[in-house]
Design a protein around this ligand. Structure first.
Ligand SMILES: Cc1cc2nc3c(=O)[nH]c(=O)nc-3n(C[C@H](O)[C@H](O)[C@H](O)COP(=O)(O)OP(=O)(O)OC[C@H]3O[C@@H](n4cnc5c(N)ncnc54)[C@H](O)[C@@H]3O)c2cc1C
Length: 453
């Protein structure tokens, strides 16, 4: 424990927690994974606290697991035995918000939706909006390159990131990128750090891009379908027609049933899928009517189009309830494959076939406009981890996604959960180069060891 007393002496006991009952609540993310016991949790309030922690960790060779809000779904923030959890949720300053340059400089603990709300006071918005945007942090979003509902139009977190302030493993502070809209000086270290899951350095600030906020609430369409295939075909038709939706989401029957059992949304027996689309364009209501027509043309027996902001929010509210509704059914292995958009109907069919073949309950929600599917494998609450049938089914889904030119993870990251499939996608040369990059930034291997690569 003398190791920890050095850290306490440098940071004070208010910022270094060691009581196991308390540290345990910082050791997990939203997966079922059992964490290793941390030596301590550091509650960082400033960049200097992060510098002090990393210098100490390098000096004592102690692993460090950066943590935002712990909403991750891949095990990235799961603590490591004998390591330190570096919690960043107290670093919540918005250091700057410039309407003239349409940028903000924010600390990692800012809640995603809080940044969006701050931007809206100036007629701007922060576009990346993971479904968890009311509970996740910008630091976690950056480290996982989070997606969200609006990324079909505005791109993922990386597309909104211009520059970063990062503390390296040995405590040095590095600034990457820029605050301009363009710039090609040197290698793109900002792009490298976004999505690096806390394995290369700790992000202590980010310069992010803001967009003009739409002046009215996006016009919203919710269409019911009697088959998932029809819903997927309608999603493809909406894209092909050039509607440029600002959101295009799909829910399957199992997901809808879970939401209906919880919140009674009046689900019809014949409904097998729902497509929810929005347009935030100036002619949004006309685009919404066009998207509704395309849904009808692709077999939807019932389409609702919002006529007010409140109705629009109610329609999209169904999508935002999905994950909590599924969690009521059992423990969840939330998967995240992303396939070329054209392969979406095929992939959905395959997931349904895999569920039937292995008798596994799979609820699928998809960011249909991005080809990003979340098949959620649901298993008994009483089990510590998924039974073999779930892993076999997940393995088949991953292989199918790769077969059609897709990827293992569209937005949640590799974390711990997907490492065993990595070599199928990356191949030996890419893996070797990635390990080399890791060695450059973290020669002692103390930053979030065992994750991501
Ligand atoms: C209900 C629900 C809905 C979700 N919907 C979406 C969605 O639509 N899209 C999506 O992409 N994800 C979604 N997620 C997953 C999760 O919210 C995102 O991965 C989010 O980006 C994690 O943020 P966090 O602050 O909770 O990070 P954490 O879970 O604490 O950490 C995630 C990873 O980032 C690293 N990290 C955190 N902060 C830093 C930092 N400052 N510097 C370096 N590394 C850091 C951690 O070590 C870990 O590897 C959802 C999760 C839930 C529970």
């Amino acid at each position: 424990m003398t190791v920890i007393s050095d850290l306490v002496a440098a940071l004070t006991s208010e910022k270094v927690l060691t009581d196991p009952d308390v540290t345990d609540s910082y050791a997990r993310d939203r997966t079922f994974l059992e964490p290793g016991r941390p030596l301590a949790v550091v509650l960082a309030e400033t960049r200097d606290d992060v510098v002090t922690t990393l210098r100490w960790a390098t000096g004592h060779r102690v692993p460090v697991v950066p943590r935002g809000a712990g909403t991750g779904l891949a095990g990235g923030a799961t603590s490591v035995e004998g390591g330190v959890v570096l919690a960043l949720h107290r670093m919540t300053a918005i250091r700057e918000l410039s309407p003239a340059d349409e940028i903000a400089v924010v600390e990692p603990g800012v809640i995603t939706a809080d940044l969006d709300r701050a931007a809206r006071e100036h007629g701007l918005m922060y576009a990346p909006d993971p479904s968890s945007y009311e509970i996740s942090t910008i630091g976690g979003n950056l480290a996982t390159n989070a997606g969200g509902l609006r990324c079909v139009k505005y791109g993922v977190t990386r597309d909104s990131t211009l520059g970063l302030e990062v503390v390296l493993a040995d405590g040095r502070v590095m600034n990457t990128g820029r605050r301009t809209m363009k710039g090609v000086t040197g290698y793109d270290l900002t792009g490298l750090f976004v999505g690096s899951e806390g394995t290369l350095g700790v992000i202590t600030a980010a310069t992010v891009r803001l967009h003009r906020a739409p002046s009215v609430y996006p016009a919203t369409v919710a269409a019911e379908f009697t088959s998932l295939g029809d819903a997927a075909a309608a999603a493809s038709a909406v894209i092909a027609a050039g509607c440029r939706p600002s959101l295009l989401e799909m829910l399957d029957r199992t997901t809808l049933k879970a939401i209906d059992d919880w919140r009674n949304i009046g689900l019809e027996d014949s409904t097998r899928a729902m497509l929810i689309a929005q347009s935030d364009a100036a002619d949004g209501p006309a685009v919404a009517e066009r998207m509704a027509e395309l849904c009808t043309a692709n077999g939807s027996p019932f389409v609702a189009v919002s006529s007010s902001a409140q109705e629009a929010q109610e329609l999209i509210g169904v999508r935002r309830m999905a994950y909590q509704a599924m969690e009521r059914l059992g423990k969840c292995l939330v998967e995240d494959v992303c396939v070329p958009r054209s392969a979406l109907p095929y992939m959905i069919e395959k997931i349904e076939a895999v569920a039937a073949r292995h008798d596994v309950l799979i609820a699928t929600a998809a960011h249909a406009g991005d080809g990003n599917l979340h098949p959620v494998f649901i298993f008994d609450h009483g089990l510590a981890e998924p039974p073999p049938s779930v892993w076999t089914a997940a393995d088949e889904v991953f292989r199918e996604a790769l077969e059609v030119g897709g990827t293992l993870t569209g937005e949640h990251g590799v974390g711990l959960l997907k490492r065993r499939w990595l070599s199928l996608e990356a191949g030996p040369v890419t893996e070797e180069i990635q390990r080399g990059i890791k060695r450059v930034f973290d020669p002692l291997g103390i930053l979030n060891p065992g994750k991501a690569i």
